[in-house]
Design a protein around this ligand. Sequence first.
Ligand code: SF4
Length: 284
Amino acid sequence: MSKIKIAELFYSIQGEGRYMGVPSVFLRTFGCNFSCRGFGMPRPMLSTEADDLASIHELNPFKRYEDLPLVSTGCDSYASWHPDFKNLSPMLETDAIVARIMEILPHGEWRDEHLVITGGEPLLGWQRAYLDLLNNPKMKALKEITFETNGTQKLTTEFKNYLDHYIDESYGREVTFSVSAKLPCSGEKWEDAIKPEVVCEYEQYGTTYLKFVVATEEDIADAERAIDEFQQAGFTGHVYLMPVGGVESVYALNNRAVAVAAMKRGWRYSDRLQVPLFKNEWGT
Ligand code: SF4
């Protein structure tokens, strides 16, 4: 049986994107190909300036996710990929993951809830394990899944074949790829992060949209350039802008401005409901 290294598994309200407000199980896999240490840092990212993760490194070891500090710079789910915290993420067989999902669902079975497979980067190495996970009989009633991805990982042939079967009309199921493509404000390089050919292929296997995390006019100009590249490659999905802000003080500074910027351009606005509702604590 396949195993997945699980950073977090919890039940909450989806705070972002297409399923905002929908009760959801979040399965956060361990591992990411990026580190996104530029979020909330001055541009160009100053290598001499220590970000929040540097100070957390000093405080480690932590024994539980609940005790990990929140960050106002860098990746807000840093413990789901940083080697310092890998001991907090157990490798679990898919049956054990399903058993835990049944425990946290309010009725002990899937009803109107949605599954979010997130990370880290959930399409890195775990694609083969999702077949086992989704084939479990207790997962048959699940109707809607979102993969929250950075849009850089190709789908494997095996997984594409599976998705073809999975989204067959007769099952009435829906797969979504929520692609948070990383702009230069993340600290990642354009050529590593903007992969139109990869994202265009997702569109063949599920509803696919782009979600850009922005704070400044410069970020929005970068989003425009990226959208142009995606659309020239054939991308037809929706575009969302979402404010930077893993902590409420940063989110509250730019959420309204980002909403207005999205509106002006005819793009969608994605909130981060988990920030005002739950302070973006781990497990929310
Ligand atoms: S791609 Fe996402 S999970 Fe990975 S480092 Fe960047 S923000 Fe964090």
